[in-house]
Design a protein around this ligand. Structure first.
Ligand code: NAP
Ligand code: MG
Length: 500
């Protein structure tokens, strides 16, 4: 266990950012909440309060939506020449790059993850994502459609156009705070939409810094608004707002259901990236030198707080003991510590609530008859640290096997034949990701189509790319993010039909 990093290690910019209440971004200005209220933000590596942030509620959401609507209607953004929009998006990416160390430090402090990971994954990934999406404004094409009306052949010419959906409400979780915000805001900007972003209450800091950089980049006021606050107030108001055209949500399946209900008032469009219980399938012929480490990272990366975490480990019975021994050894070897300590390999969980939830699941699994071959305990120290945990002797109906724990806990089970794997893999309500570890291409090609998941990885896990569609089957979501499939969901298709 590494020691706590004191706050005086922060760079001057972050010290300055955190030293006074942080406002919300509405219509181009950082402003206080209408109510005057603020809420505390904590460092999960120590449990200490690190900032006070404006607490947005329905009144602030309403102002932000009005600003976003005006910015959409006046066409300063959607009507801007495509290359000018692209240039602004690249300028924003440049600014994030220029402030990369500072943003990584802030993300690590707020979320808990190791600062090197925040720098090389969260911040670098956000820059790449913005640059990928910055390529789209000049490439949003429609098509020409052959129409043949039976009683008037050859009299019509038709084509389609793609138009921005309008005002987008973006609601994001706390596991990759900046990156999740960018995954929503960047495609919205690329298509000419305007946005109101609500970051998670646990981790609002990088989204607010992002908002400041949006203004510094020179985006017109109102195009991007950032309103921190609580899900039940600010989030619910955004999802229900009658002047929001679409809500794009990443979070739990349970809250996803609330979003869908809230959206019915004006039948706004909804895309949902929800929970998962992704299987990691290690076949009899797998290269264990890579599969064991791969299975460990599939679950323990980001302390298991990853929607696609490989939280169910399915191993051929002939190598089950060896794989469990290997994954358990890796689990026990991680250096846990404060995210800002350069020695740290795994940080804390994000909050007190999350550690209670995760440790509650582990207790429940043990009570149901599972056995821990690694971890199982909350670490007795300041902050919210959980031992990476491997549970065996599980059975399909256990809560720990069926429900998303969203922490560093993997449930392992052996299988005997390849023909039973798909049924086991598909035996949850989720369908987000899966990985297959094998050297046999025929086996992989037989299994990949049989697994109901939005992404199937082979000899890797949780690899995402801005160009590769990402999303869930079953109760893991609606729609796709990334690539052309993601972009299309921020546009409406209009058919134009001319009589010749
Ligand atoms: P969460 O509790 O569902 O919260 C997500 C966001 O929704 C937060 O901003 C939250 O606000 C807000 N919210 C809560 N209640 C709301 C309501 N009634 N109306 C509108 N918004 C509301 O999820 P989380 O615990 O932050 O994140 C973990 C979950 O996200 C996991 O289930 C994970 O699998 C999922 N996730 C999915 C993906 C994916 O791409 N599929 C990626 C990452 C995470 P507050 O935080 O302020 O309450
Ligand atoms: Mg925090």
């Amino acid at each position: 266990m590494t020691t706590l990093a004191p706050l005086d290690v922060l760079c001057a910019a972050n010290k300055d950012f955190l030293c006074r209440p942080i406002g919300m971004l509405i219509d181009g200005a950082m402003v206080a909440a209408q109510s005057g209220k603020t809420f505390a933000v904590f460092d999960p590596g120590s449990g200490r309060e690190i900032a006070q942030v404006a607490e947005g509620d329905a009144a602030d959401i309403d102002l932000a939506v009005k600003a976003a609507r005006r910015a959409f209607q006046d066409k300063t953004w959607s009507g801007m020449k495509a290359h000018a929009r692209e240039r602004l998006m690249h300028r924003l990416a440049d600014l994030i790059e220029a402030h990369a160390d500072e943003l990584a430090e802030l993300e690590s402090l707020d979320q808990g993850k190791p600062v090197a990971m925040a720098r090389h994954l969260d911040v670098a990934g956000s820059v790449d994502y913005l640059r990928y999406m910055a390529g789209w404004p000049s490439k949003l094409e429609g098509s020409t459609i052959p129409v043949s009306v039976p009683y008037m052949p050859n009299r019509f010419f038709a084509y389609t156009m793609r138009e921005a959906v309008g005002v987008i409400g973006c609601i994001v979780p706390w596991n990759f705070p900046l990156m999740m915000a960018v995954w929503k805001v960047a495609p919205a900007l690329a298509t000419g939409c305007t946005v109101v972003l609500k970051p998670a209450e646990q981790t609002p800091l990088t989204a607010l810094r992002f908002g400041q950089l949006v203004m510094e980049a020179g985006f017109p006021a109102g195009v991007v608004n950032v309103v921190p606050g609580f899900g039940g107030t600010a989030g619910a108001a955004l999802a229900a707002h009658p002047d929001v055209d679409k809500v794009t949500f990443t979070g739990s399946t349970e809250v996803g259901r609330h979003i869908v209900h809230a959206a019915t008032g004006n039948l706004k469009k909804v895309t949902l990236e929800l929970g998962g219980k992704s299987p990691v399938v290690i076949c009899e012929d797998a290269d264990l030198d890579i599969a064991i480490g791969g299975a460990a990272m599939a679950i323990f990366f980001n302390q298991g707080q990853v929607c696609t975490a490989g939280s169910r480990l399915l191993v051929h019975k002939s190598m089950f003991d060896k794989v469990i021994e290997g994954v358990s050894a890796i689990a026990s070897s991680f250096k846990l510590g404060h995210g800002l300590d350069p020695e740290t390999q795994l940080g804390p969980l994000v909050s007190k609530e999350q550690i209670d939830r995760v440790s509650g699941y582990v207790k429940c699994g043990l009570a149901d008859g599972a056995r821990a071959t690694a971890g199982g305990q909350v670490v007795d120290r300041a902050g919210y640290f959980m031992q990476p945990t491997v549970l065996v002797d599980t059975s399909p109906g256990m809560k720990v096997v069926q429900e998303e724990i969203f922490g560093p806990v993997v449930v392992a089970m052996p299988f005997s034949h390849m023909d039973e794997v798909a049924a086991i893999a598909n035996n949850t309500e989720f369908g987000l990701g899966a990985s297959i570890w094998t050297r046999d291409l025929n086996k992989m090609h037989a299994l990949a189509p049989a697994i109901k998941a939005g992404t199937v990885w082979v000899n890797c896990h949780s690899i995402v790319d801005p160009a590769m569609p990402f999303g869930g089957f079953k109760q893991s979501g609606w729609g796709r993010e990334h690539g052309k499939a993601g972009i299309e969901l921020y546009t409406e298709t209009k058919s134009v039909c001319l009589m010749l």
